[in-house]
Design a protein around this ligand. Structure first.
Ligand code: FEC
Length: 312
């Protein structure tokens, strides 16, 4: 009997492959509007500060996709899982991934995004593009994982990181370290749209705090865009200033729960920019390591994909 083949469209943000691709990448993020020379220089400088000749998100996504495929096939030998990448802002784009599945004769598929929290502006956008391409081509039954922000293995993986990284504050009682959970900010208008994103992020934060016994915590936004419209705040950099001034906090642990991989928003926005502000304020700042291919994260993805391919 031939095994059932399931296509898995693994969607991720995408990154350029070299500094000379940054302009095309940025133009895609800006929906076809090229950035001004100043904007381009600002972004290229940020990549230049972290990359040293290679773009970590690309390699990390490749490794996550390979590890997920391997885990799905090992855990469910009655089926054959074939993973396809679909990137939001770089090649292979989401539409390319869907097209390849159809070309390969896949009839049943599951789509999952390498981001645990749902927003109409983030995960919703990935799903819409994949769905539209699948409808255009026909013949592909594709179901989507919308979020997995409270999956017990995800909470366990993040909790382990919080507990382990707290050890870096040797001699400081746990209650004196402010744990700040962060995620990418989005335009404030999502609140009027009753978007679940802020609520899901708070739920993840609370679950980790409960599992680790951390009581001194708060949530902060990061990486907001520079546009005329207001973005969700408070921004992590403002939070660092406020807690120093108003509460004399001296020890901070940032846990970026909205991201699952080492990339620009973690390696620059937190490790360079926030670290610089912390230094100026006399704060000892640490960050939890990214999930990357942590087996617990891979198990989380494997569980949610499998549930969806069984029609749940
Ligand atoms: O390492 C890399 O090369 C890529 C890092 C990267 C990740 C990422 C994840 C998210 N973003 C989200 C929302 C927005 C919105 C805008 C926006 C713009 C940028 C720019 C860069 C960038 N994002 Fe990103 N994001 C990453 C990188 N992002 C570079 C352009 C310059 C800048 O604003 O800094 C505004 C444009 C728009 O309206 O589309 C909104 C969200 C996530 C987390 C979920 C996910 O991974 O999809 C939400 C990684």
């Amino acid at each position: 009997m031939t095994k059932q083949r399931i296509g898995v469209l693994v969607m991720s943000y995408g990154t350029p492959e070299s500094l000379d691709q940054v302009e095309a990448y940025y133009t895609h993020i800006r929906r076809g509007n090229p950035p001004s020379p100043e904007q381009l220089k600002e972004l290229t400088d940020r990549y230049d500060a972290i990359v040293g000749g290679f773009f970590p998100l690309r390699e990390n996504t490749n490794k996550q996709v390979q590890a997920l495929e391997q885990m799905l096939n090992e855990r469910h030998p009655d089926k054959t899982f074939v993973c396809y990448q679909g990137l939001k802002h770089a090649s292979p784009f989401i539409e390319d991934g869907v097209e390849q599945m159809v070309k390969d004769g896949i009839e049943q598929a599951v789509g999952v995004v390498l981001a645990p929290h749902y927003s109409i502006m983030s995960v919703g956008g990935y799903i819409k593009r994949a769905q539209e391409k699948a409808e255009e081509l026909g013949g592909l039954d594709i179901k989507f994982v919308k979020s997995y922000h409270l999956h017990p293995k995800l909470i366990e993986a993040l909790s382990k990181r919080v507990t382990e990284t707290l050890q870096r504050f040797a001699g400081t009682p746990k209650e004196e370290v402010r744990v700040i959970f962060t995620a990418h900010s989005l335009p404030e208008k999502i609140v009027e749209m009753r978007d679940p994103y802020p609520e899901q992020l708070l739920a993840t934060s609370k679950a980790i705090a409960e599992q680790t016994g951390v009581t001194n915590w708060q949530f902060g936004w990061q990486s907001a865009g520079q546009t005329a419209m207001p973005w969700l705040g408070p921004d992590i950099l403002d939070v660092l200033h406020t807690i120093t001034k108003e509460e004399q906090v001296k020890n901070v642990l940032i846990c970026p729960i909205g991201f699952v991989s080492d990339h620009l928003e973690v390696l620059y926005d937190l490790d360079i920019e926030a670290q610089q502000v912390a230094k100026e304020l006399g704060i000892h700042l640490e960050r939890t390591p990214s999930l990357n291919t942590d087996p617990l994260y891979m198990e989380t993805l494997s569980d949610v994909v499998y549930e969806h391919c069984n029609g749940k």
